[in-house]
Write a protein that binds this ligand. Structure first.
Ligand SMILES: NC(=O)c1ccc[n+]([C@@H]2O[C@H](COP(=O)([O-])OP(=O)(O)OC[C@H]3O[C@@H](n4cnc5c(N)ncnc54)[C@H](O)[C@@H]3O)[C@@H](O)[C@H]2O)c1
Length: 341
């Protein structure tokens, strides 16, 4: 419309800041401007203080400094079933914990439970990363001062491993190599490694002891055995003074006695049939009953016998292993009850 531009330009000419009185107008604006800067600066400082006091904030760099009397443990796979229980136990025992997990299998709910239980600064931080990303792993080690690693992160279903063997070799064997390389590069010298009785295969003699020959029969067991071999070869090399504990678990079951954590596999994983998960599902009414497979095992009812260990006992073994780990030495332990059930 022709009238609009004219009225706008008229309006502009009446504004004080283009008149000779501009100095006056400007001098009146200056205090405001300075005041705004002061308010913004104060707000920024306040935000930083509040952020620094919040539990998830790692910018204080507490996690990036070694501290006398504090052992900082990197728990890989800490959002998962065993890793979350181990984190709870470590935090209860006054360790500082960093969880790294890509949440491919784990449960952020478990991490939140732990964060709520231990909100104090410098106790627990969660870092979302994939151990298959070597650059990210290296960054994780550069930015944090770890004293030890508990390496739980893995895909861990025997049936799935026969369908997706390459995924298992990558996720278990290759990622363990990546973690080990980062530990060596960043001088982190204590490793507690989650291995499995699946590395033994089906031995002729029972019970299975640590010296029983390892002949794994599926990609899961083979991938774990290869990861063990990589770790053992490294410890034999002159470059290493690493303290290593390899724990070969039997069947893990149970949950935090106070009911704060549990095993919560994703629905698509339930078909791979861990009996531990099926027990939870049956108890919660998610499935109508518990199916125990097997009919022709040499047992009274034909179902198979297994050795079940409670998850709280298992994590207890980890903390004890961490305590006993010695530079340049390797401990290998089966972790089960030694009793058929
Ligand atoms: N549950 C058992 O009965 C049993 C028995 C023997 C050994 N283990 C071993 O114990 C460890 C933990 O098993 P779990 O039962 O707690 O399994 P889980 O699936 O509950 O936990 C594994 C965790 O690792 C994470 N993860 C997987 N790949 C990752 C990656 N590339 N980067 C970062 N995070 C990743 C997952 O998101 C998950 O949170 C595994 O190494 C497993 O082989 C378990």
């Amino acid at each position: 419309m022709p009238t609009t531009p004219r009225s706008r330009s008229q309006a502009r000419t009446t504004r004080p800041w283009i008149l000779p009185g501009m100095d006056f107008a400007d001098s009146r604006r200056k205090p405001n401007f300075t005041g705004k800067i002061a308010v913004a600066a104060a707000l920024t400082v306040m935000c930083i203080i509040v952020l620094k006091q919040s539990p998830g904030f790692s910018g204080t760099n507490v996690f990036s400094r070694h501290e006398v009397g504090v052992t900082h443990v990197l728990v890989t796979g800490g959002a998962g079933y065993i890793g979350s229980h181990a984190t709870l136990r470590l935090l209860k025992d006054n360790y500082r914990v960093t969880i790294v997990d890509n949440l491919s299998r784990g449960n952020m709910g478990a991490v939140r439970v732990l964060q709520r239980l231990f909100p104090q600064p410098g106790r627990l931080q969660f870092i979302y990363d994939d151990l298959g990303d070597a650059k990210a792993v290296n960054k994780l080690f550069s930015e944090n001062a770890f004293d030890a690693v508990m390496h739980f992160a893995a895909v861990a279903y025997v049936g799935e491993s026969t369908m997706e063997p390459l995924r298992y070799y990558h996720n278990i064997t290759s990622n363990t190599l990546t973690v080990l390389e980062a530990m060596a590069a960043h001088n982190v010298n204590t490793l507690i490694y989650s291995s499995t009785c699946a590395t033994y295969g089906e031995p002729d003699t029972m019970p299975i002891v640590e010296t029983t020959p390892q002949n794994p029969i599926n990609p899961y067991g083979k991938a774990k055995k290869m990861a063990e071999d990589i770790i053992l070869d490294f410890t034999k090399s002159k470059k290493s003074n690493m303290a290593v504990m390899i724990l070969r678990y039997f069947n893990v079951i149970g949950s935090d006695p106070e009911g704060r954590l549990g095993e919560a596999p994703r629905p698509e994983l339930r078909e791979h049939g861990r009996i531990s998960g099926a027990c939870f599902d049956a108890a919660l009414g998610i499935i109508s009953g518990l199916k125990i497979r097997g009919t022709d095992y040499p047992t009274t009812d034909g179902t198979c016998i297994r050795d079940y260990i409670d998850v709280t006992d298992l994590v207890d073994a980890h903390v004890k292993a961490l305590d006993k780990a010695e530079p340049g030495k390797v401990g290998i332990y089966n972790v089960g009850t030694g009793q058929d059930q």
